[in-house]
Write a protein that binds this ligand. Structure first.
Ligand code: NAD
Length: 387
C-alpha cells in the first residue's frame, strides 16, 4: 500500500503531514511512502531528508495517481480535490462540521475522507492521534511568545543596578489544552499568572502549573459533554463579561483560548473591558477565526491598537508559525491514526469501532458520519407544520 504526503497549499501553511523521523514506523508496517516534491520546504525539511529516510519524492501528478492514501494537514484545495480518485483515502484536518460541502464532494468522487478533527479525544487509546491537542499545545506556547514580544516591558521580576522591573500580570482565559500550555509558558517566562475557565475542574489543573484560578460568583460551572464547555445562556454570558471586566483591568497581558465545539467562540473581553485596560497592555485572541473570537475588538489575522493604547493581536494559524515543531507532533498523530486503519497491508474500515465511526466522514460514495450528514440535510421548508 502506498501512502502519499501532499505539499500544503493553503495560504500561510508551512506544516507538513509527515516528517522523516516517523517514516520508519510506516515502512515497518509494510507501507511505501511517497512525498510530493517540496512538501517539507516550509518546515525546513529538504526532499533529500525524506529520501534518506526511505521515501520516494515524486511530482504532484504521480503522488495522486499512485497513492492509496493521501496524508495532509489542511483540507485539499479545489484543484487538489480534482486530483483525488475513487477508492483513494485522504486524511487531514478536513473540518467537516465547518465545510460539510467538501465531504459531500469527496463522497461523490468515491474518496474516503478521514478527519483528524473528528477524533473522539477522551478515548485513551486515541491520545497518540490527537492532533487537535498537539497543535493547540503549539498554539498556547506561541501565543505567549507573541504577547511577550509585543509587551514593552519584562515578563519576569528583575532586580538590577538600574532598578527593579515588576513582573507582568498575565491572565489566561480558557484552560483547555492551549490554555494550560499558555499558563506553563508564561510562568516559565516569570510572569504572575491568573487563569479562568467556566469548567470548575480546570481549577486544580491551573493551580498545579502555578496560576491563581479566578472564581466568578456570577456564573456556575458550565461543563458540557466530552470534557468540553457548554454554551452559556445570554444572561450568563453578560454576567460573566461584567465580572471579568474588573479582573481584566488589572492585567498587563490577556491571552484568550475559549472555544465551544461547533459554536461561535464566546466573547469574554468586551470593548468596555479593553477601554478599562492600561496603555501598553497586550491581548492575544487565540480563539479568533472568521466565526469571531473571544475579544470583541479583535480582527483575525490582524493587530489592532486601540485609542487607549491596548494592542490586540488575533493570529491566524499559530501552529504554522512553528512549522517544524508542529509538524513533528502532527506526523506522530496522523501516522498513529493511519496505522489504526491498516490491516494486512490495506485500509480496512470497521464501522463498529469507535475511532473509525467518528473519523471516517465519507466512504463508498456516501457521507457516512452522522454529524456531517445532518448538516447536509435540506433545511425544512419554511412555514412547514411544527411538531
Ligand atoms: P476547547 O478548545 O474546546 O476550549 C478551550 C477552553 O475554553 C475549554 O477549557 C473550555 O472549557 C473553555 N471555555 C469555553 N467557553 C468558555 C467561557 N464562556 N468562559 C471561559 N472558558 C470557556 O478545549 P480543548 O483544549 O480542546 O479541550 C477540551 C477538553 O477536552 C478539555 O477538558 C481537555 O482536557 C479535554 N481533552 C481530553 C483529552 C483526553 O482525555 N485524552 C484529550 C484532549 C482534550
Amino acid at each position: 500500500m502506498k501512502v502519499g504526503v501532499a505539499r500544503e497549499t493553503a495560504a500561510g501553511e508551512r506544516r507538513v503531514a509527515l516528517v522523516p523521523e516517523v517514516l520508519g514506523k510506516l515502512t515497518a508496517a509494510g507501507l511505501e511512502v511517497l512525498v510530493e516534491t517540496g512538501a517539507g520546504a516550509g518546515s525546513a525539511i529538504p526532499d533529500s531528508a525524506f529520501g534518506e529516510a526511505g521515501a520516494r519524492v515524486v511530482p504532484i501528478a504521480q503522488l495522486y495517481t499512485d497513492s492509496d492514501v493521501i496524508l495532509r494537514v489542511q483540507k485539499p484545495s479545489a484543484s487538489e480535490v480534482n486530483l483525488l480518485r475513487s477508492g483513494q483515502a485522504v486524511i487531514g484536518f478536513l473540518t467537516p462540521l465547518i465545510d460539510p460541502q467538501l465531504a459531500a464532494t469527496l463522497a461523490a468522487r468515491g474518496v474516503t475522507a478521514i478527519s483528524l478533527d473528528a477524533l473522539p479525544r477522551t478515548l485513551s487509546r486515541a491520545q497518540t492521534m490527537d492532533a487537535l491537542s498537539s497543535q493547540a499545545n503549539v498554539g498556547g506556547y506561541k501565543a505567549v511568545l507573541i504577547a511577550a514580544n509585543a509587551y514593552g516591558r519584562y515578563f519576569p521580576l528583575l532586580t538590577t543596578a538600574a532598578g527593579t522591573a515588576r513582573p507582568a500580570n498575565v491572565l489566561i482565559l480558557g484552560i483547555g489544552v492551549a490554555g494550560l500550555q499558555a499558563i506553563g509558558t508564561a510562568r516559565r517566562l516569570g510572569a504572575v499568572v491568573k487563569a479562568y475557565d467556566v469548567r470548575s475542574e480546570t481549577k486544580e489543573q491551573a493551580e498545579s502549573l502555578g496560576a491563581t484560578f479566578i472564581v466568578l460568583t456570577s456564573v456556575a460551572d458550565a461543563s458540557g459533554e466530552g470534557g468540553y464547555a457548554r454554551q452559556l445562556t445570554p444572561e450568563e454570558q453578560a454576567a460573566q463579561q461584567a465580572e471579568l471586566n474588573g479582573h481584566i483591568a488589572t492585567m498587563d497581558v490577556v491571552i484568550t483560548t475559549a472555544q465551544v465545539p461547533g459554536r461561535r467562540p464566546p466573547v469574554l473581553v468586551t470593548a468596555a473591558a479593553v477601554a478599562g485596560m492600561k496603555p501598553g497592555s497586550v491581548i492575544v485572541d487565540m480563539a479568533a477565526s472568521t466565526l469571531g473570537g473571544n475579544v470583541e475588538l479583535s480582527k483575525v489575522g490582524e493587530t489592532v491598537v486601540t485609542d487607549n493604547g491596548v494592542t490586540i493581536i488575533a493570529p491566524d494559524n499559530l501552529p504554522a508559525t512553528m512549522p517544524a515543531g508542529a509538524s513533528a507532533f502532527y506526523a506522530r498523530n496522523i501516522s498513529a491514526l493511519l496505522l489504526q486503519f491498516v490491516k494486512d497491508g490495506a485500509m480496512t474500515y470497521d464501522f463498529d469501532e469507535e475511532i473509525t465511526a467518528a473519523t471516517v466522514i465519507s466512504h463508498g460514495g456516501q457521507v457516512v458520519q452522522a454529524a456531517t450528514r445532518k448538516l447536509l440535510e435540506p433545511a425544512p421548508a419554511a412555514g412547514g407544520a411544527a411538531s
